[in-house]
Design a protein around this ligand. Structure first.
Ligand code: NAD
Length: 423
């Protein structure tokens, strides 16, 4: 049974990688690049698999599997989060590293994409076990990473505490303080103001820009958000504060719906650190029902493969803005676009996190730190420009927003690879 589950999970993730490759191919063809450019960019240039033995609290030793994928470093060092999750697979990490390259290209950062993951369930581990695992992972990948090589960051089920342990371990190995090794750190260790809420801020900017193109007012707009973790919960707050009506939210255990608007402050107060809140309520709906609610703006902010060819016909939102990585399949993207629903794809909408991670790295490198206002105004400038660039490409080239975003994202690394003489 467990084996079967693993197989179907693997197939699903293979599909994520394959469908990412299909869109990359289409984008490169539209831009007129020859086959070797696709051959180079369809897979990461480097993938490391590591085994990490950890002594658990009960005295036994458990061996964890971890990955670090570096997609393309023609533009600059690779950059991207580390995910702690039981469903992590090599193919998922590879696809996520490609998406990070695209994001860096779209918001014009001097990076390529990277991604890491450890197969584990942090919800069932103690603080001490998590610290050992975080440090063990850094020891295992230390040859491959560094402030000018590959810079990790938080992702699903990892946070600023985990980044602090990882930075400390790397600094011990190198024997000098290395805040620029990792981003998403606590403020006292060289973290940046605004990093924790950066992804949601970026999504908020994209929602505002997308709503303008559809003539939708944010004040009073009905918003549905899937996922109430870092991205989803901050987003719910920002939308609520902007006068929108958040009528649906969800977590891994179910969803809440109130057509009059949910009490967001109460829900924020009651959510746990893993983004769980619906367990406190009886009259919940399913995540599938949540996605199909009548609303103006739908934001998937949880996991992959949520809008597929099976349910794309039933989505009632006017705009879908993807805070999560990979929530909509390529087939579903085409169905939604044909139905006149505007999609702001993940590689654009969720790029606020890596943008402020870049700001954090710049601050670490120069040893001079910015105010929250400065960070937010720079983020605003970067994302408005990126949205405009992707939206214009989509109109002028008559392609959907995902393909337009891939065209914008892939161009910089294709050009950098060409100038370096690689292809
Ligand atoms: P998180 O771990 O803080 O929260 C995840 C949320 O999704 C939780 O509410 C969880 O209960 C819910 N969830 C998990 N499994 C689910 C399921 N099967 N069905 C419905 N809900 C489920 O994670 P996060 O940092 O908020 O990330 C969410 C998504 O946004 C991920 O796809 C992540 O890659 C993407 N993202 C996050 C950032 C960031 O800076 N946090 C940046 C870019 C992209």
């Amino acid at each position: 049974m467990a084996g079967q589950e693993q197989n179907s999970e693997k197939e699903e993730n293979l599909n994520i990688l394959q469908s990412t490759q299909a869109v990359i191919k289409e984008a490169l063809d539209k831009l007129g690049y020859p086959e070797p450019v696709y051959e180079l960019l369809k897979e990461p240039i480097r993938v490391l698999t590591v085994r990490i033995p950890i002594r658990m609290d009960n005295g036994t030793v458990k061996v964890f599997t971890g990955y670090r994928a570096q997609h393309n470093d023609a533009v600059g060092p690779t950059k991207g989060g580390v995910r702690f999750h039981p469903d992590v697979t090599e193919d998922e990490v590879k696809a996520l590293s490609i998406w990070m390259s695209l994001k860096a290209g779209i918001v014009d950062l001097p990076y390529g994409g990277g991604k890491g993951g450890i197969v584990c369930d942090p919800r069932e581990m103690s603080f001490r076990e998590l610290e050992s695992l975080s440090r063990g992972y850094v020891r295992a990948i230390s040859q491959l990473v560094g402030p000018t090589k590959d810079i990790p960051a938080p992702d699903v089920f990892t946070n600023s505490q985990i980044m602090a342990w990882m930075m400390d371990e790397y600094s011990r190995i190198r024997e000098f303080d290395s805040p620029g090794f990792i981003t998403g750190k606590p403020l006292v260790l060289g973290g940046s103001h605004g990093r924790e809420s950066a992804t949601a801020k970026g999504v908020t900017i994209c929602i505002r820009e997308a709503a303008k193109t559809k003539g939708i007012e944010i004040e009073g707009a009905r918003v549905v958000i899937q996922g109430f973790g870092n991205a989803g919960s901050y987003l719910a707050k920002f939308m609520h504060d902007a006068g929108a009506k958040v009528i649906g939210i969800s977590d891994a255990y179910g969803a809440l719906h109130n057509p009059e608007g949910l009490d967001i402050d109460y829900l924020l107060d009651r959510r746990d650190s893993f983004g769980t809140v619906t367990k406190l309520f009886k009259n919940t709906i399913t995540n599938q029902e949540l996605l199909q609610l009548d609303c103006d703006i739908l934001v998937p902010a949880a996991i992959e493969n949520q809008i597929t060819k099976e349910n794309a016909h039933k989505i009632k939102a006017k705009i879908v803005v993807e805070a999560a990585n990979g929530p909509t399949t390529w087939e579903a993207t085409k169905i939604l676009t044909e139905r006149g629903i505007l999609i702001v794809p993940d590689v654009l909408a969720s790029a606020g996190g890596v943008t402020v991670s870049y700001f954090e790295w710049v601050q670490n490198n120069q040893g001079y730190y910015w105010s929250e206002e400065e960070v937010n105004s720079k983020l605003e400038e970067v994302l408005v420009k990126a949205f405009d660039n992707v939206y214009r490409t989509s109109r002028t080239r008559r392609v959907n927003m995902r393909l337009a975003a891939y065209m914008v994202g892939v161009r910089k690394m294709a050009e950098a690879s060409r100038f370096r003489g690689w292809v």
